[in-house]
Every structure is written in C-alpha cells, then in structure tokens.
Design a protein around this ligand. Structure first.
Ligand code: HGY
Ligand code: MN
Ligand code: MN
Length: 415
C-alpha cells in the first residue's frame, strides 16, 4: 500500500541554473540551439549532464547508442522506474524541448533522495538520443535501442546530409555500433516523461499541467519531382518541364487538402531542395518533405493517399516525373490510464490545476508506451512557441511540473 501522496518540492534555482547553462551548449549567434545527435555539441551537453548527475549522487552510465542514465539505486536494485526525455534538438531549437524533461527528472531525483532517502525500487533519469530526426531519419533511436527495435541494416542505411552513416557517427563519438543490441532493457516497469506542451492550450487557458491522453499519429514523406533543366532566357513558358513550378502547385494543393479536412489535421512542408539551384536554369529536380499528422490512424492514411494521388495528377498534367517515399511514421498512441490517474493525483497534491489533453507533437513516450506503462505531463509554452529560439516556459511553471513529477515518482518507488 503506498503512503498517502505528499508534495515533493524540487529546488527551482537549481533547475533554472541547469536550463540556462545547458542551453548555452550549441546556442547559435542568430538564436536557437543546434545539437544534433553524436555532434560535438551533443557530446559536450552529455558531459555536462553526467557531471550534474554525479554531483547529485547518482550512479552515471551510458549505453552503446549514447543514451545517458543517472540512477538512484533502490533497496531492490533489480527493477527500474524511468523518467527523462531527449537531449538532441531540431535545427535552431529552443531551450526546453527535450532538455526540460531531463533536467526536471534530475531535480526530481535530487528532491526525492533528499526528502525520502533511498527508494525501494531504483529510479533513473535518462537523456535519450536522436528523438528529433534532425540528423538521421532515425526516429526515437535511443528509445528504440532500449526496446530492441533497431534493425542492423539501419546502422549503415541511415545517413545524414553529408552521407555519413549513423554507425560512423557513433564511432566518431566513441560508441560501438556493433553493440546496438546491448542497450536492450528488461528491467523497466514504467516511463514518465515531462515535456513542454509546444502548443498554446495550457497557456491560453491558464492551466498549470497537461495530462497527456494520447499522442498524435504522424507520417513523414519525401516527394521527388523531376522535370528538365533548360535555359531561363530562351525557353518559352509553354515548352518547359519546370520541376519547381510543379512542386509549388503540389504544395498549394497539399495545404488545401489538409485545410479542407480541418483541425486537428496538420501538414508541414519543411525541407526543400532545388536542383541544380541556379538563378538562370529552369529547375530540373525538386525534393520536398511532408510531415502529416492526425490522431486517428485511418484519417492519417486517407489523407496520405489523397495527397500522393493529387501530386501524381499534377505531375502527369505537367509532364513531370514523381516519386514519393515514406521516410518515417508513428501510429497514434494512448498513454497508460493508471499513470495518468497518478499524475492527476500528484497535480492535486501539489495544488496544480490540470487538463487532460492530446499531444500534437511526437515524443519518445509514443514508442515507449507500446512496450511498457508510460505517461506524459506537459508544462505551458508561452504563446505555444516551440522548435524556435522563442521557446519559453517560466521557471515557476517548469518547477511546478518537476514537483508534480517528483510527487508522482515518489508513489512508484517509495513504499
Ligand atoms: O516532431 C515532433 O513532434 C517532435 O518534436 N519530434
Ligand atoms: Mn521537438
Ligand atoms: Mn521533444
């Protein structure tokens, strides 16, 4: 029988120090953080985290793909409750996406140890790697390593923009790609992830905590449109096979299709590559990415099929060649109801207002939840800004979220 739930207050100034200092690692002059997995900035951030974890009295270790763990050993050291999030960022990302989940977990473990002593069951905070897909299309790489979901073929197949394989990037970071199955864990009983909302529901409704019910489904596609390079000055408009004109029309049509579907369907065409990319050459080839999301799997699939059919029709009309490749996808995923109820009790014990809500962003928890009891709690993002240097969460909100996390964790690891 667990003890009555009691608020476990974290140390806010320590959290503030961690947030501000970690954000300097990979910060760019134009604003925003660049910290792709296995990069020097990522290695430096991990080193800094390891120092803080050791100073907090945790047992620190890494696994073969680069996940970094800080373990608060339990009297029974055979089972583990895990908290944490990802350390990698998007290009020019913010100070809180991923990082806050790690740092809130760190101050939560410090507070639990300080107020309640060694736990019954071991508790770990993890800095997961390659959640953002920002260097490799490796989607939740660190989490998938822990769950044994990495296929050997991916070690060489996954390549970054410089055509470096994820295996060689690991080796350059001092990690053994051939040990990719070593990180598999069988001792995990639950995963709790604190994350910024990255939307503006909590901010607009002045609510402290989001209890995530489900994470949206997403599909990433790469569309390649091939036309013909021609002289910009001598080629009449009606004789061109201009890949860019075709791709631009596809972009307008894709957006129209998803707008017609209405909220919560969303689509983003974030990456464009125009070849040969010269001012006075008609574009011969355009490649662009599609990030399509919907919380309902059938609707997501229907939209994906409709989008690809519309692109094919436009290509035909304009004598262009089209190819599309699904480069990643993640089905919608419910969070564990019992852990959601625990988070709600913890919010109540901390005097925090809360709202059950969906997540429009993808998270490591989406994959963890398919293999072990998992839940997420959100803290507000000012004006819902994220994946941008403008990303901001007031310390009071971040510390309140970490306190709710610590309070919930106390129920899982102390008798
Ligand atoms: O794209 C996402 O939703 C997450 O930030 N990786
Ligand atoms: Mn993100
Ligand atoms: Mn994130």
């Amino acid at each position: 029988m667990t003890n009555p739930i009691k608020k476990i207050q974290v140390d806010a100034p320590t959290l503030q120090h961690y947030i501000d200092h970690l954000a300097t690692i990979g910060w760019q002059p134009e604003g925003g953080i660049v910290r792709p997995v296995y990069s020097p900035a990522w290695l430096k951030a991990r080193q800094q985290l390891a120092e803080w974890m050791r100073a907090a009295g945790l047992h620190v270790y890494e696994d073969a793909v680069g996940n970094l763990f800080g373990r608060l050993r339990g009297l029974d050291d055979t089972r583990t409750i895990l908290t944490g999030s990802h350390l990698d960022t998007v290009k020019l990302g913010g100070k809180f996406d991923g990082a806050l989940g790690i740092l809130a977990g760190l101050v939560a473990l410090q507070a639990l140890h300080k107020h309640l002593g060694p736990p019954q069951r071991s508790l770990e905070v993890v800095a997961l790697c390659e959640e953002e897909n920002s260097r490799f299309h490796a989607r939740y790489w660190g989490t998938r390593a822990i769950l044994g979901l990495i296929e050997e073929s991916q070690l060489e197949a996954l390549r970054d923009e410089q055509n470096i394989s994820i295996a060689s990037a690991m080796r350059a970071a001092g990690l053994p790609p051939d040990q990719y199955r070593a990180p598999i864990r069988t001792d995990l009983d639950a995963f709790l992830e604190l994350h910024i909302e990255q939307g503006r529901i909590l901010f607009d409704e002045h609510i402290d905590i989001g209890i995530v019910q489900a994470i949206t489904g997403l599909q990433h596609l790469l569309i390649t449109v091939k036309g013909r390079a021609d002289h910009a000055g001598t080629t009449p408009m009606d004789l061109r096979r201009d890949a860019l004109q075709g791709a631009a029309l596809m972009a307008v049509e894709i957006t129209r299709l998803v707008q017609q579907e209405g909220r919560p369907a969303v689509v983003t065409l974030g990456q464009w590559d125009v070849r040969p990319g010269a001012v006075n050459v008609v574009p011969a080839e355009v490649r662009f990415s599609i990030d399509l999301r919907h919380p309902d799997a059938e609707t997501l699939q229907r939209l994906s099929v409709a989008i690809q059919a519309r692109c094919q029709a436009i290509a035909q009309e304009r004598d262009l060649q089209l190819s599309s490749e699904i480069t990643g996808q993640s089905a919608p995923q419910q969070m564990d109801p019992a852990l959601q109820a625990l988070l709600i009790r913890a919010a109540g014990a901390c005097g925090a207002t809360w709202k059950a809500m969906p997540s429009g962003a993808g998270h490591d928890s989406q994959t963890m939840a398919r293999h072990l009891p998992t839940a997420m709690l959100f803290v507000p993002s000012i004006e819902g800004r994220s994946h941008s240097a403008a990303e901001e969460t007031p310390l009071a909100d971040a510390a309140r979220g970490a306190t709710v996390l610590a309070t919930a964790l106390s129920q899982l690891v102390y008798p």
